[in-house]
Write a protein that binds this ligand. Sequence first.
Ligand SMILES: NC(=O)c1ccc[n+]([C@@H]2O[C@H](COP(=O)([O-])OP(=O)(O)OC[C@H]3O[C@@H](n4cnc5c(N)ncnc54)[C@H](O)[C@@H]3O)[C@@H](O)[C@H]2O)c1
Length: 268
Amino acid sequence: MSNRMMVTGAGSGLGREIAVRWAREGWRLALCDLDEARLQETLRLVQAAGGEGFIRRCDVRDYSQLTALAEACQSQFDGLDVLVNNAGVASGGFFSELSLEDWDWQLSINLMGVVKGCKAFLPLIQQSQGRVINVASMAALMQGPGMSNYNVAKAGVVALSESLLVELRGLGVRVHVLCPSFFQTNLLDSFRGPTPEMKAAVGKLLESSPISAADIADYLYQQVLVEAFMILPHEAGRQAWEGKRRNPEPLYAEMAYMADRMRAKAAG
Ligand SMILES: NC(=O)c1ccc[n+]([C@@H]2O[C@H](COP(=O)([O-])OP(=O)(O)OC[C@H]3O[C@@H](n4cnc5c(N)ncnc54)[C@H](O)[C@@H]3O)[C@@H](O)[C@H]2O)c1
């Protein structure tokens, strides 16, 4: 029976809801995050939902912390069936305003954190012929203005997931990549960018979502059951992606217009 999952960024938002959704099916959860108090609360919710597990403070930028966590999964669960690389941070700002430090910070968490998670846990996942679920974003597919470092990190997560999908299929490992549009979580707390206006704009977008983190976790659960690879939980996101693949030019025009408006607003 497969019932052992590890979730990064499980102290908040989507990571917490994914843990709780799988806990409802009686799964055992290894929960990691930077914030231990929030992890305690997630563990409480997991137990209330019918699951069990353990928590571990772990920074996904630190490969040695991830390999130590993989060892803890081996000793406490005797292996692992599903790896969820969810931890992430928000950023924004026009390319001209972003510093190289902004790029390093964003890529070190949202892209390299996923690469390191896969590297550290793949031996366990290969052993169980389990699954990898990587959390990317619609940003990976749409490349909206004013967030190039986030777009690139998330596009990298999609590319990594697609690479693993084909490399690992023959070994019995399944791969999924989740691409949500904006939804309300604590993501804004981690926001890093050159201007407060950009942070406020991202905050408005998070509030605008018609669906919650719990809805997205449930959609993910259902789509994993039917073996979907690229999982787009927002209806508007699915439509936009279909439209872009058919003909990207109208979308580029809309995005360029959005960029002009953002620049004009920032100029006052
Ligand atoms: N909220 C959205 O609108 C949205 C949209 C698309 C994709 N996503 C992605 O969903 C994922 C979850 O984000 P969320 O919206 O639930 O945000 P959130 O801030 O509520 O949760 C993210 C969690 O990741 C943790 N984290 C951050 N850096 C970490 C690190 N270095 N090591 C370990 N843990 C770390 C945080 O402490 C936090 O608990 C992220 O990858 C995010 O990019 C979010």
